[in-house]
Design a protein around this ligand. Structure first.
Ligand code: SAM
Ligand code: SF4
Ligand code: SF4
Length: 356
């Protein structure tokens, strides 16, 4: 299976990526393009509770994205954005129109990704997802054993999740489907002793293209499990140039770290995404980043999301977002093999070295 997506060779999309890169490089607070990656929270309802996720404790209203909001967004971004994630802080399979939404995005030449907790992945749903044209699918688990999995993903019965994955693997093999599938867990104190077994077990299935151990991220308002990075020398963040996040009701926020509407930028019901992405509110945040004042932004000051060097940002800008999304976990493994990172302790470094 080729890792490089066709969109990498589109001149128009390359131009958009380079515009974003140069705006970042030259420290402009305006971006002459809409974000090329967009996270669309189709719902913030969830049927389970995960210990590391802010979904169970957010206070903002719950709901489902309407067809009109999705259509308005897609009609504006088609031909310019590359990758749309149809998930945010909630379980996307709860949305009754999720398959139609995937197909609408695909019909408008967008690449589409989905991440699910697997509890709602019936055989029928597996078949629909496999036939939907989706570009990648993530299965989120909590651990290798039933005990650890259910301790972290409360209400996600391990036997059900395991059966659903096995049915999916069988269907994918029978239909020779190529949907890029990732199985992952977030690295936590509670599951770190099972990482090796998790990787060893799941990598046996060739219908699962990647087994990923994802770094833990401090979401806003979460009990802090790791030291927030409050250093004065925080690097500039590329996400506020490249990637936007939209709540189910159309509210645009600056990034996925704003779980509870701390700093709303605007609403796509009232304005275009392009205008919102260049309004005073987001430009103020970019200026803080451009002038070495990252820590003056409340959200950024406690954010521990890994940042990239300028050379990596340039490299990323040469490839389309889907390719980057597929290659990133592979680069991550090499990176953590050679460099120490505060987010992981020694045992993680040891474990990651054994990952294929
Ligand atoms: C927020 S969930 C939403 C989609 C879906 N409900 C799911 O669980 O896949 C998206 C991904 O974020 C991961 N996640 C949740 N909390 C996290 C945290 N604090 N740090 C890093 N990843 C986290 C989940 O494991 C999941 O893979
Ligand atoms: S990680 Fe996904 S499944 Fe777990 S609580 Fe958050 S939104 Fe729900
Ligand atoms: S909170 Fe983190 S990801 Fe969001 S803009 Fe700030 S530094 Fe970037």
């Amino acid at each position: 299976m080729s890792l490089i997506d066709h969109n990498t060779f589109s001149l128009q999309l390359l131009l958009n990526r380079l515009k974003i890169f140069f705006s970042y490089l030259t420290k402009r607070n305006q971006v002459p393009s809409i974000p090329i990656e967009i996270m669309v929270e189709v719902t913030n309802y969830c049927n389970i509770r995960c210990s590391m996720c802010s979904n169970p404790i957010i206070k903002r209203k719950k709901g489902y994205m309407s067809w009109d909001i999705l259509k308005k967004l897609v009609d504006e971004i088609k031909g310019k954005a590359e990758l749309i994630y149809l998930y945010g802080l909630g379980e996307p399979l709860l949305h009754p129109q999720i398959i139609e939404m995937i197909q609408y995005c695909k019909n408008n030449n967008l690449r589409v990704g989905l991440s699910i907790n697997v509890t709602l992945l019936s055989e029928k749903m597996s078949q629909k997802l496999l036939n939907s044209g989706l570009d990648y699918l993530i299965f989120s688990l909590g651990g290798f054993t039933k005990e650890t999995h259910e301790k972290i993903l409360v209400n996600a019965k391990y036997e059900l999740v395991h059966k659903n994955i096995m049915d999916y693997i069988r269907l994918k093999a029978e239909t020779k489907n190529k949907l890029y599938t990732i199985i992952q867990l977030v690295y936590l104190e509670e599951n770190k002793h099972e990482v090796n077994e998790f990787v060893k077990y799941w990598k046996k299935f060739k219908q699962l293209n990647e087994v990923r151990i994802k770094p833990y991220v401090n979401f806003d308002y979460m009990p802090k499990k790791i030291e927030p990075n409050k250093s004065q020398k925080k690097p500039r963040c590329f996400y506020i140039w490249r990637q936007a996040y939209i709540y189910w009701d159309g509210t645009v926020i600056m990034c996925c770290m704003d779980a509870d509407n701390t700093y709303p930028l605007g609403n796509i019901n009232k304005d275009s995404l392009y205008n919102i992405w260049n309004n005073d509110k987001i430009r103020t945040i970019r200026t803080l980043h451009n002038t070495g004042n990252v820590s003056k932004c409340e959200l950024c000051s406690v954010c521990n999301l890994s940042q990239f060097s300028r050379i990596i940002v340039f490299g990323i800008s040469l490839f389309d977002s889907l390719t980057v999304k597929k290659v990133l976990p592979k680069v991550e493994k090499i990176y953590f093999k050679f460099f120490r990172n505060k987010m992981f302790d020694k045992s993680f470094k040891k474990n990651i070295m054994k990952i294929r």
